[in-house]
Ligand binder design. Structure first.
Ligand SMILES: NC(=O)c1ccc[n+]([C@@H]2O[C@H](COP(=O)([O-])OP(=O)(O)OC[C@H]3O[C@@H](n4cnc5c(N)ncnc54)[C@H](OP(=O)(O)O)[C@@H]3O)[C@@H](O)[C@H]2O)c1
Length: 312
C-alpha cells in the first residue's frame, strides 16, 4: 500500500534495518563511480517538500551546487543560490534539461495527488544514466516502488534513505494547540523514534557528496523514543504554555481523520500503526551520527525551532 503519512516503514524488518550497512542483495558493491571524485550539480527532486528543503539546505551548507526541481518555480520559495527548474516527474520528457550536468540526484518515489508511486521511475533512472549521474539518493516511500526498484537494479551508485516518522508531522497539531491549547489523538502511549527532517536531509547530502555510502539502506531515527505525552510536553515547554492531551477513541479518531479528508486506506494504515507500532518505528538507531558525524537532533530542539507555529 502506498503510504503518504508513513509514520514508520512497515515493510522492512528491524533485523535488516538495524545495520547501517546492510548488504544490498541486488547490487552488493556497485558503485561504478563510487571512489571517484564527484563534483557536479546536485539535482534535488521534492525540493519544495519537508525533506527536500532540508536536502537543499544541507547541500548548500556543504558548498555544493544545487538545482531544485519543482512543477511551479513561481511558488518554490527556495534559498538564494539554488537554481530552480521546472519539471514534472510524471512526465520524464520534462526532465532532460534539468538533468544536464547533474552528477548527484536526490529522488522522491511519488508524484501527483495522494502520493501515487511514480510509474515513470524506470524512465527517470534511464535518463539519469544518459545524463551521466553518478550518485542517487532515494527517499523511501514506505515500501517498494517502481522508481526505487529501478534505482536498485541500475548501475548508478545509490543510497536509500528510510526515515521513520518525521518530527514535522507534529505541525498537524499546530491549529488545535494555537486555538484550544489542545492535542486530540488516539493511543497517547504509542511510541515513536521520530526523526528531525534536518537529519534526513543531512544523511542524504552526505550520501550524495561523499564516498562510502553506495548500496546502503539507511533507516534513520531520532535520538529518543517518545510518547504523545512527551511530544506535547516538549511543545508546551517550547511555546511557554500548557497543552492538554485529549485521548480520542478509535471511532473519534476515524471521524477526525475523515473530516480532515484522509482517504480510507490512510486511516486504516494509521490505526494499524498506532495500535501496534512495529519495532523499527520505536527503536533508536545511531545512523545519523554514523553517517553525518554528529548526534541526531532531539524533539525538544525541533519544538523550539517551531515554537512560533504553536503560539496564538
Ligand atoms: N511523513 C512521515 O512521517 C514520513 C516518514 C517516512 C517516509 N515518508 C515519505 O516521505 C515522502 C514525503 O516526503 P515529504 O513529506 O518531504 O513530501 P512533501 O512535503 O509532501 O512534498 C512533496 C514534494 O513532492 C514534489 N512533487 C510531487 N509531485 C511531483 C511531480 N509530479 N513532479 C515533481 N515534483 C513533485 C513537490 O514539488 P512541487 O509541488 O514543488 O512540484 C514537493 O516538493 C513520501 O514518500 C512518504 O512516504 C514520510
Amino acid at each position: 500500500m502506498t503510504n503518504p503519512v508513513n509514520p514508520v516503514n512497515p515493510v522492512h524488518d528491524l533485523n535488516g534495518m538495524n545495520r547501517v550497512n546492510p548488504v544490498n542483495p541486488v547490487n552488493p558493491v556497485n558503485p561504478v563511480h563510487d571512489g571517484n571524485p564527484v563534483r557536479g550539480i546536485n539535482l534535488v527532486t521534492g525540493a519544495t517538500g519537508t525533506v527536500g528543503r532540508q536536502v537543499v539546505a544541507e547541500l548548500l551548507r556543504r558548498g555544493q551546487p544545487v538545482r531544485a526541481l519543482t512543477r511551479d518555480p513561481g511558488k518554490a520559495d527556495l534559498p538564494a543560490g539554488v537554481e530552480v527548474v521546472r519539471g514534472d516527474l510524471t512526465d520524464p520528457g520534462t526532465l532532460t534539461a534539468a538533468l544536464d550536468g547533474v552528477t548527484g540526484l536526490h529522488l522522491i518515489t511519488f508524484g501527483g495527488a495522494c502520493f501515487a508511486p511514480l510509474e515513470t521511475g524506470p524512465r527517470i533512472v534511464e535518463l539519469a544514466r544518459e545524463a551521466g549521474v553518478q550518485r542517487i539518493t532515494v527517499l523511501n516511500g514506505g515500501g517498494p516502488t517502481p522508481l526505487e526498484d529501478a534505482v536498485r537494479a541500475g548501475d548508478i551508485a545509490w543510497t536509500v534513505v528510510m526515515p521513520v516518522e518525521f518530527m514535522a508531522n507534529a505541525l498537524e497539531w499546530a491549529e488545535g494547540v494555537r486555538t484550544r491549547d489542545e492535542v486530540r489523538e488516539p493511543f497517547p502511549g504509542r511510541l515513536s523514534a521520530m526523526v528531525h527532517e534536518g537529519d534526513i536531509g543531512a544523511v542524504a547530502a552526505v550520501a550524495l557528496t561523499e564516498d562510502g555510502h553506495a548500496g546502503q539502506e539507511y533507516l534513520i531515527t531520532g535520538p529518543e523514543v517518545l510518547t504523545l505525552h512527551d511530544k506535547a510536553d516538549a511543545i508546551a515547554a517550547a511555546r511557554g504554555r500548557e497543552i492538554r492531551l485529549v485521548e480520542l477513541s478509535e471511532a473519534e479518531a476515524v471521524g477526525q481523520w475523515r473530516a480532515a479528508g484522509r482517504p480510507q486506506d490512510v486511516i486504516d494504515f494509521l490505526l494499524e500503526m498506532y495500535r501496534d507500532t512495529p519495532p523499527e518505528g520505536r527503536t533508536v538507531l545511531d545512523t545519523v551520527e554514523k553517517v553525518t558525524g554528529r548526534p541526531a537532533r532531539t524533539f525538544a530542539r525541533w519544538a523550539r525551532e517551531h515554537a512560533g507555529a504553536f503560539r496564538a
